[in-house]
Ligand binder design. Sequence first.
Ligand SMILES: [Zn+2]
Length: 318
Amino acid sequence: MQHFLLSAAARTLSLKKVFRMGEDAAYRTFCELRWPENDGEAICPRCGCVETYNITTRRKFKCVACHHQFSVTSGTIFASRKLSFTDLLAAIVIFVNGAKGVSALQVSRDLDVQYKTAFVLSHKLREAMALEDAAQTLEGEVELDGAYFGGYVKPANARENRRDRRLSVNRSGKRQVVVVGRERDGDMLTVVAKSEAQGGEVIAARIHHMATVHADEASHWDDLHAKFDTHRINHTLAYSDGYACTNQAESFFSRLRRMEVGTHHHIAGPYLAAYAGEAAWREDNRRVSNGGQAMMVGNAAMASKVSRRWAGYWQRAA
Ligand SMILES: [Zn+2]
């Protein structure tokens, strides 16, 4: 039998295909996502034994060596799943297909599940996306830039009453900055901090010392010169001098703004890092087919440990 992951069908994965494949094939897909090194056959998560009894009726396995009982989702981000495997796979497809992000409300409507189920699931998928960047270092030509989110004081309508958001008196304490480091034509890393300087330090620590760094004229980037070959661009004069520019970092921020305006309305606050990570993942993988993207997210989700933040989230909140 050809594995689903390797089949041409995985290249484009529509909702129609997911629902047509049915629960058994969806279940098989999750087995393949979890144990790709063993062709989708179970491996005991406790002792690593590849010999298992298959308790088919309950979709469980029992380890021959240590008698541990487990399921395909045991110990993963989907451990306490309430959804069928078909719905779970469909949720991943809906999620990766929304180039500007997908609201929990939309997932809840599309799958006909409770809002809170969709909300937690969407955040778990963002967590899986974030895993990919966890150990990444930036190399080559790296653009560094920051943008502020949240904490705005609503501007008055009349033009003469408009407030300058750059002045600290016109901001609430909730303002956060997203700093991005982006390899030119490559991957990126994001961090959320109180100031650009602070976020910049975190990203700089993950830039290879031989890299060339591009940043704007803001004085808090001055420290970069001591560490890297650094090029600066003065944005009041031009957006690029032909070499030094931060255009790719800025295109990331326009994607993040589009997600904010078009989909989530508010991304500032406790989940800003998750949304920024999601936008970075989408940008990094924009040339991967949607089926390929779904498999990447599914694979990361099955490789990830039980979510500390989201496991039992609603039980605690209740
Ligand atoms: Zn075992």
